[in-house]
Design a protein around this ligand. Sequence first.
Ligand code: ZN
Ligand code: ZN
Length: 909
Amino acid sequence: MSTSDGYVLGTHKIVDHGPTSQRFNIVIMGDGYQASEQEKYATDVKAFIDLLRSTAPYTDLWCGINVFRIDVVSTDSGADDPGTCGDGSTGSGATPRTYFDSTFCSDGDTRRLLSCNDDTAINLAIAQVPAAHEAVMVIVNTNEYGGSSDGRVAKFSTAPNSAEIALHEMGHLVFGFADEYDCRTCVAGETGHDHYSGPEPPEPNVTINTDRNTMKWRASLTSTTDALPTTTNADCTTQDTQANPQSATYVGAYDGADYFHCGCYRPSFNCRMRALGNPFCLVCQQAIRDALHQFLPAESLTLTTPSIAFDNVPEGLGGVGVTTYRAIVFEVVTCATRTFRITAGPTGGFGTPLGTSISVSANDNVPIEYARLWLSYTSTTAGSTSHGTVTVQCDETGQTWVVNIIANTVARPKSAVTFVLDHSGSMSEDAGDGATKVGKLREAASIFINAMLDGDGLGIVRFDDTAQLLMPVTNVGPPVLGGGRIAATGHISGPELDPAGNTSIGAGVVAGKNALDAAQALGAPHYDVTAMLVLTDGEENTAPFLSAVGSSITANTFAIGLGQPENISTAALTTLTQGHSGYLLITGQLTPDQSARLNKYFLQILAGITNAQIVLDPHGLLTPGATHRIPFQMAETDYGLDVFLLTQSPWLIEFALEAPNGDLISPASVTVLTNLHYVQTAGLAYFRLSLPAEPAKASGTRAGLWHVLLKIAGRKLDVSSHNAVYASGSSNAQGLPYDVVIHTYSNLVFEARATQSSFDPGATISVVATLSEYDVPIDDRAHCWAEVTRPDGSMFTVTMSETDPGRFSGQFIGDVAGLYAMRVRATGSTFTGNLFQREQTLTAAVYLGATRPPETGGTQQFDWCAFLRCMINGQLIDRAAVERLRQSGVNLDVLAKCLEAHCSSKRGS
Ligand SMILES: [Zn+2]
Ligand SMILES: [Zn+2]
């Protein structure tokens, strides 16, 4: 019966208040717990820790305590229970094989005396928690009542009040308390315990001295005048039976303590050191405080934001300001509760949207707490500034801090984007849904143009084997009728994009960069963000190549590959975009039910350029008579909203929004809401509004559950109906397919990216997403996952775990060649508890032949197809020579066939 009767699993720091060298460390281990009982062990330990934390005076000393739990497996369950004991009791006689060899009746006389091999316990504590074990405790897995402490290790069983035993035993072990009870075996007629006759005992909670001027707890006496002793036992042959003449917490000198009926005194009538279930008496509590004082961290309240800057808050739509929050932050190290309160201000027109006080308390596992008091600023007109101060006081300590606040409003940050569009010959092919690729491109580009924000610039470049600037970067202007929009739409729909020629994506990218550089060189209008959207359906086969031009790009670069990954320069475009804050999206074959995919990709990239967040993008089929109610969450962090309806003929659909308070926002609302735009154009209708939607009803038209309402035009929208979002089973198979895309402009930012270990089948595809709110990582308040569609159309979900605060990651193996479309989603709650949702689409691709040598530039790239065509097409060998070669056995027709078979597999021509 020894350590051979079990093994050690490991150690967990279950309460962490700082370095072991500076804190009071409790090390707990279990005996008589089998492997299958480790969960029970953890529960038993937690029950003890919970009791300890809620027991005075540990309550206010908790921040000075660490707890380590060592998990030990014993061969058998329970503890030794000798059949006989000197006190006349009988036991089961069991002798289970346990790691610490715990046993009842360990002194041969007292059944409840539960002991173990202390050396084993101490050595294990030293090994697992080196040089840091102020209290070593063994919890013994038996329901029989018992415990003990001998100055080295406290032992206690799992009897119903075992945790109480542990508190009592810890009093002996750590603080050197005596037992305050006035008997030893405490059976009637016990002898040898009538009158204490020894010297003054060393323990702090028992004494033979009742002189109030010299006794050891004189500083804690309740009264300066009451006679001492407080009680005297009239019959020293037995325990005193008189009631307490004073209050329960009275400190005096009560006769009977330290196992004797008379002559030794205890501070209070009762105490946990006398009988379980009582509080520690005030003398014991003071001794615990004195002992733990050295382990408490120094209290500190540190203001980490001496000034608050609402820098460059953008103007809102239609003169309605954008409201932004910032927090005054204190780093708090305390053992108590500290309340921070705004006692003056804020001056300067700033708000306190979430109240004027906040309390923080010591937590179980974080040495430092953060207290945040929120301020708000609402933007006005560009160029205006505000400043003010706010005074914060700590209720408990009286400390005050004055925080400066500054703010300014700027015009909305403007973006310039160039389209870099492939019009090589293959763009005339079917995209998969019956429309040509160039047709799909024209539709998607047109939606992008119509969705752009007034004031943003657009340039257009086309490329085949060379590149041409079709339109320099131009302000698109107001919705629908802006001059830039009309000009851009003309280029997109006109013959300039008719398919022709080879593919030099690099030439297009260089021309796109030049267009952006030219716009910035003009100085006005100034663009805060520059971006490029590259669209191609092919593999680059003509210099310059992306690998040669990529390093010169400074704009954020996004790309869309129209078609299957093996037919597109997937690797080169991935490198180009990921090196420039963007990403590549690949459409795959566009089946009819994915007809809107390219449009959605364009809108998502628009969101990426304008810093909008994607809330939701559902797809549905609207049937006559049905009203679709599509729910979506907005939070107080969101200050702007775009709701796009993508459908062939938007004028056939009644389209409205329902705010959380039930108010309906329809196209007609533009006459009363200056912060609302409604746009309807080919293939697209949308609402664009700043939040709150109705400034006079801020609480009901900003955070909360919104709905998009859709209905085939002709009957009034029924707001109260609760039809399913995706109506099905309608007898009328005819319906209008639609997609809804919801973007928000927000202080809650979600960003997802995918990377892959290679482009070969079997590659590991990793998805990483981050969430932040007012630039602070969203810690432990969100869930994130990725819905992945495999190349064969089947789906699975990748769980993304929070690896760091606000950072989520997951991965999967791309074992089948083809396209993996990932819908990365997040839900959670904001600081103030409002729900939010976000999503983003990503693609990854693996394909056969991916590891062929990359095309790295003109000098290393030789176009054998063009070379051989040139030779065959009569420019090198004339007809007479062909005939002579044939006669001598060289058939050039075979060469021509080989050439076609090889060269026609290369796309982009
Ligand atoms: Zn005791
Ligand atoms: Zn006491």
